[in-house]
Each structure stands twice: as structure tokens, then as C-alpha cells.
Write a protein that binds this ligand. Structure first.
Ligand SMILES: C[S@@+](CC[C@H](N)C(=O)[O-])C[C@H]1O[C@@H](n2cnc3c(N)ncnc32)[C@H](O)[C@@H]1O
Length: 312
């Protein structure tokens, strides 16, 4: 989505940009490289390892600053408030959020995000806080876990998978990422999925547990509202999501803030204030080339909107 982000979220002269999920700073670097010396760019991430890499990459650029926080909590931090007073008293020109886990998190077995390699069952984006995936699993009962696998993983076999996970936990056989994946494969054999060219059966279970461990969907709607409030008129917000649960929240929140009536029992369209204009109603998907090089990007979607009123 690099190209799509650069094309749609270019930082104007004197522009102020807030990147709510800085990650390794790939989007930041691309946007900074196209902008002039008058701009300022603030990156936020909850992952200390990612922040270190982003600092190595961009720390020497005087236009760049960084804050260690979640995007839900960053609005209350002194760091953001002082940066806004100093650099963006009139508001932001660009807000970007590229949701979900990073390539670093997926590719580092010790972080426990992937079923492709053996690692501890951690899955925390912020390794200094919260329960690891194993600690979190140990607190679940079979029904609650099944509900979470269904809700956050859209896993139709949630009940038997939950049963298999709890059984493995109780017999002390669930310690690592591969143990967790193997519990799933006892219900949904991997070979069948491979033969039918389907995604690995552990994908949805890992996604669900990761979302729960990191409370990933909590506060997304409020974050979008706060970001839109912090935008200047005509400023742009772009949000990249990787699965339908996130995308649904982004889409519905944009629509509500754009004053679009979405169902019975709500205010009439005329009464609803229009803070946003939706630029890409269906969202933008990555191009063929990116999908070929990086197949997981196939499910990414960039939604864009502009702060209203805006005459240009
Ligand atoms: C897909 S990656 C972003 C990649 C980045 N755009 C780049 O070009 O390198 C998502 C990042 O968001 C961070 N993240 C996820 N949820 C977060 C939250 N609630 N608050 C802050 N950071 C979060 C993750 O730690 C991860 O580094």
C-alpha cells in the first residue's frame, strides 16, 4: 500500500502528519521523502522493538518525532499535547493508521505471532505490558474462548477448536505457537486445507487470540473520532485494515462522521453533522504487483476521507 499511501496522503508544504501506527517507519520514510523541510511528522507505536528500528531509520530527520503509546491513549499524553501546541496549533493535515501486526512481529518467532515457526505463545505488541497469549488462554473457559474465536477470527469451527485448545492446556501440552497450531490441526487438518489450496487452518485462531491479547479493536472507533477532530478543514485521514472486522469499524465510523444514515432508529440524514467526506467509498486495494510480491497484502484495504468543510 506504499504507493497508494504516497499518492493519497502527500504532506503539503508546512503540513503536519500524525502516523498512529508507525511500525518500522516504511510509510513514514516514503511520505517524508516526498515532503519539504517545512513539514513535521509524528509517529506513534506501542512496540518498543519497532520504535527502535524506526528511530534508526528516521531519527536523524529533524522533521520526525516519535511517541511510545497506543493510539487509544496517545491523545492524553503530554508528548502529543506538547507536539500539537508547538507544531500543529491549527490542527493536522494528515492522519495515517496502518492497523494490525507488523512484518517484524510476524517474522520474529520469539514474539509468538506466527504458526510458521516455533516460539513462545506471547503475541503482545507491547512486550512490557499485559498478558501473554499463554497467560490469557489460561484464563479462558471453553465457551468464552469459542466465542472469541468466532467473533475475532470468524472461525466456524470455534467450538471444537476451543475444546482442543483447553484440553491441550489442561494436559500441559500447550506452550508454544506450534502447540497451538497443532491443536487447531486436530480439528481442521492442515493437509486437507493444503490440498484444497485454502489458507492455513490456524490463521483464524491466531488472528482471534492476537486481537484479544492486544485488545486490538477496542478504542478504534474513538481513535478515528479523535483523529478527525484533530484534522484541519480539508485535512485527510487514511486507514489501512487487514481484515473485515477492522474494516467494518473504519467504514461504519467514516460513514457516521460523513453524516450517512445507516439504518433504522438513527437520526435522519439531514440532522446528522458532516465532519467528513468519504474519498474512496469502496476503499482502495493494493495493486496486482504488490499482491504478487506480498500475498498477505491481498486482504489490505485503504479507506480515505477528508475533513469537512472543504471547498478545494
Ligand atoms: C502494519 S504495522 C505498521 C507498519 C508501518 N506502516 C510501516 O510502514 O512500517 C502496524 C503497527 O501498529 C502497531 N500497533 C497496533 N496496534 C496499535 C495500537 N493500538 N496503538 C499503537 N500502535 C499499534 C503495531 O505495533 C505495529 O508496529
Amino acid at each position: 500500500m506504499l504507493q497508494e499511501v504516497v499518492e493519497n496522503l502527500a504532506i503539503p508544504k508546512n503540513g503536519r502528519a500524525l502516523d498512529l501506527t508507525l511500525g518500522l517507519g516504511g510509510h513514514a520514510e516514503a511520505l517524508l521523502s516526498k515532503a519539504d523541510s517545512s513539514i513535521r511528522y509524528l509517529g506513534v507505536d506501542r512496540d518498543s522493538e519497532a520504535r527502535e528500528i524506526a528511530i534508526q531509520r528516521l531519527g536523524k530527520d529533524e522533521r520526525f518525532s516519535i511517541i511510545a503509546s497506543t493510539y487509544e491513549d496517545v491523545w492524553e499524553t503530554r508528548g502529543l499535547q506538547e507536539w500539537m501546541i508547538q507544531y500543529a496549533p491549527d490542527g493536522l493535515d494528515i492522519v495515517l493508521a496502518d492497523l494490525g501486526a507488523s512484518s517484524l512481529q510476524f517474522k520474529t518467532p520469539e514474539r509468538g505471532f506466527s504458526f510458521m515457526a516455533e516460539g513462545p505463545l506471547d503475541m503482545r505488541m507491547d512486550t512490557a505490558n499485559g498478558l501473554t497469549a499463554l497467560e490469557w488462554l489460561e484464563q479462558q473457559d471453553e465457551t468464552t474462548l469459542a466465542d472469541i474465536l468466532y467473533k475475532y477470527g470468524e472461525e466456524r469451527a470455534s467450538r471444537p477448536i476451543s475444546k482442543a485448545i483447553i484440553k491441550a492446556l489442561e494436559s500441559g501440552k500447550l506452550r508454544t505457537t506450534l502447540d497451538l497450531a497443532n491443536s487447531v490441526y486436530t480439528v481442521l487438518p492442515r493437509e486437507i486445507a493444503k490440498r484444497k489450496k485454502r489458507i492455513d487452518p490456524a490463521t483464524r485462531t491466531f488472528q482471534a487470540i492476537r486481537i484479544a491479547v492486544n485488545s486490538e479493536l477496542v478504542g478504534l472507533e474513538q481513535t478515528i473520532e479523535k483523529a478527525v477532530t484533530a484534522l484541519k478543514f480539508c485535512g485527510r485521514i487514511g486507514i489501512i485494515s487487514f481484515h473485515s472486522l477492522e474494516d467494518r469499524i473504519v467504514k461504519q465510523t467514516f460513514r457516521r462522521l460523513a453524516g450517512i444514515y445507516d439504518g433504522p432508529g438513527r437520526e435522519s440524514p439531514k440532522a446528522m453533522p458532516k465532519f467528513l467526506k468519504i474519498i474512496s467509498p469502496g476503499g482502495i486495494k493494493p495493486g496486482e504487483t504488490e499482491c504478487a510480491v506480498n500475498p498477505p497484502s491481498r486482504s489490505a484495504r485503504l479507506r480515505l476521507a477528508q475533513r469537512m468543510p472543504c471547498d478545494i
